[in-house]
Design a protein around this ligand. Structure first.
Ligand code: URA
Length: 217
């Protein structure tokens, strides 16, 4: 279950109110897990059942970590934003009628800032052996724009992480300590680009080796 105190959750929920985001899903998992997964934001399925990564992308993630040899019970799941960012899309159908949909979108910087205290708290208290970021949003929330997923996926980065310095003045700072980061692609990326799968499984082989070197297996 989440480790984040109710007062932090309340402030963050309030800060998200001005934005087009719905629902709220707590981070989930044990303290001292093998992995902490940092994704982007929950989707529709997660908003309805409250379980992180329980939708289509979550099924892919389950396959990945079965391959690595780490079960859900050894993973803490969280993301840059804990609500679902949406946008309106109007699609004109053949019969001329307009179909209106509210689709997922990536959280912007203001939204990431609104929920930043949640992820900061989780990083400070969950104590994973390895942090794994999924996609550019998870990666850049923690290290800024100096890295992009296409250039650093599958590498282990020992680094301080981006965290709130001054919540009121909206300033970002850095953690005191360093963390072990392993970026890979977001599981939803293979829905648009199947050919990424080869790279991803190479990343997962490296992750297994890193965990083995840390004495996890
Ligand atoms: N993507 C995320 O980042 N989190 C979820 O819970 C689902 C999809």
């Amino acid at each position: 279950m989440t480790v984040v105190p109710e007062e932090i959750l309340t402030i963050c929920r309030k800060r998200m109110e001005p934005f087009d985001c719905e629902g709220f899903v707590n981070g989930r998992g044990p303290l001292d897990p093998i992995l902490m997964i940092v994704g982007e934001a929950p989707g529709e399925t997660e908003i309805h059942n409250g379980i992180p990564f329980s939708g289509r992308a979550g099924k892919v993630l389950d396959e990945w970590f079965r391959y690595v040899g780490v079960g859900r019970e050894d993973i803490y799941f969280t993301s840059a934003v804990r609500s679902r960012p949406f946008k309106r899309v109007d699609k004109k159908r053949k019969d001329g009628r307009v179909e209106r949909k509210w689709v997922n979108r990536a959280p912007n910087m203001k939204e990431q800032f609104a929920h930043a205290a949640i992820l900061d708290y989780e990083l400070a208290h969950v104590r994973p052996k390895q942090v794994v970021t999924l996609g550019n949003i998870g990666l850049q929330r923690l290290v800024g724009r100096k890295y992009s997923i296409s250039s650093v996926h599958g590498t282990s980065i020992r680094t301080k992480l981006k965290c709130l310095k001054d919540y009121e003045r909206r300033e970002w700072g850095e953690t005191e300590g360093e963390y072990s980061l392993f970026p890979t692609f977001h599981p939803a990326s293979i829905f648009y680009n199947r050919s990424l799968e080869k790279d991803i499984y190479r990343d997962l082989d490296k992750l297994r080796q890193i965990l083995s070197d840390k004495g996890v297996f």
